[in-house]
Design a protein around this ligand. Structure first.
Ligand code: COA
Length: 339
């Protein structure tokens, strides 16, 4: 049998900060209710950092757990990537801050800024480096600190109730695969974007896109330093594109929907996951959800889901797994792998 170099996830880890924020607590900051949030989103709690903690701090915790699970030492990594929409600072990239905290001078550090699709975009990049034979061991972290940037008032309630802080990470390694039917490896990634929807879910300020200075007073008065979202448009496109992404992955690999044992959809909203599952005609118990506990953790949501599924004993070696994400950009993508 022929053998080929493929990438394989050899370790996964996740970390959420200890502070649990209930829907009830949010009612102290804005006009909302536990009932509204649970009914519209499925979210019961999310985690928030303390003031001292940054995105790269969360990524570091998750990365250390993923490395331990893989049995890989940091200095053996060929590359690290960090997917986030909530960078420590405007520049340099947050992957550089993570790399410094991991004490890995010289290792390439790349930020991936595709928001909720960031983890799968990073997986695609790692997969290509590994298939090409350039790198053997790549760390990918998805990490977000949303809580410091949310508008905690009634004006911002449509967005602020959705998002939570957290991080997930994987170690991806090169593997010689001779039997793709059985051996763990990444089958494919498929990536898409449509920038005509860029301002349907975005954070404008501060930014060079403004007429005038980067720190634009008018933008702050309008609250453009907070995420803005057209929730209904996002909802409709998320369901459509995540379902289509799954089918694209299956068609490309000659795999039947029934063969997939576990699905991980980006955790935007429980109703989006349910609608995508319904559109595909897959049973709800094949979709692994964490939104009830963590809210939307953007680039962290899929690796957090993978780690929680491993810990819950739901994700077992050899399982065929399909992941799909959708987010700001708009961007959407899929990842098909044998675990
Ligand atoms: N608490 C209470 N009321 C709220 C609220 C909140 N947190 N947020 C919005 N509302 C109000 C609105 O002001 C509106 O009031 P009105 O009828 O008086 O104008 C009402 O609830 C209904 O708002 P609407 O936007 O129509 O609700 P919805 O059913 O579309 O649900 C979302 C809103 C945000 C939950 C939903 O659109 C959604 O999940 N969209 C996708 C968001 C997402 O996943 N984003 C991240 C993608 S990666």
């Amino acid at each position: 049998m022929d053998s080929a170099i493929r990438s394989r996830i050899t370790g996964v880890g996740s970390y959420v900060p200890p502070r649990v924020v209930t829907n009830q607590e949010l009612t102290e900051y804005m006009d909302t209710s536990d009932e509204w949030i649970v009914e519209r989103t499925g979210i019961h709690t999310r985690h928030w950092v303390d003031p001292e903690t940054s995105t790269s701090d969360l990524a570091l915790e998750a990365a250390q757990r993923a490395l331990a699970a893989a049995g890989v030492d940091g200095p053996d990594l060929d590359m690290i990537m960090l997917a986030t929409l909530s960078p420590d600072h405007q520049f340099p990239g947050t992957a550089c801050f993570l790399q410094a905290k991991m004490a890995l001078p010289g290792v390439p550090a790349l930020d991936v800024r595709q928001q909720c699709s960031g983890f799968i975009y990073a997986m695609a990049i790692a997969d290509q480096f590994i298939r090409a034979g350039t790198y053997q061991k790549v760390l990918i972290a998805g990490a977000e600190v949303h809580s410091k940037g949310l508008e905690l008032s009634t004006r911002g309630r449509d967005v602020s109730v959705l998002f939570g802080d957290g991080a997930g990470a994987v170690v991806v390694e090169a593997a010689q695969v001779t039997d793709p039917e059985r051996e763990p490896h990444v089958f494919s990634t498929h990536l898409h974007a449509d920038g005509t929807f860029a301002k349907e879910l975005w954070l404008g300020a501060p930014g060079m896109g403004y007429v005038g200075p980067y720190v634009n007073e008018g933008a702050f008065e309008r609250g453009e330093q907070y995420p803005q979202m057209n929730g209904r448009t996002v909802f409709v496109h998320a369901v459509k594109h995540m379902a289509e992404s799954v089918m694209e992955a299956l068609d490309a690999n000659g795999v039947e929907l029934e063969d997939v044992e576990l699905f991980f959809f980006h955790q935007a909203n429980q109703r989006i996951s349910e609608a995508a599952a319904h559109r595909l005609g897959i049973p709800g118990d094949k979709v692994f959800n964490t939104i009830d506990r963590f809210g939307n953790t953007t680039a962290a949501s899929i690796p957090i889901g993978l780690d929680c599924a491993v810990q819950a004993g739901k994700l077992q070696p050899g399982m065929l797994v399909a992941c799909a994400a959708f987010g700001s950009g708009f961007t959407w993508c899929s990842l098909l792998l044998r675990w």
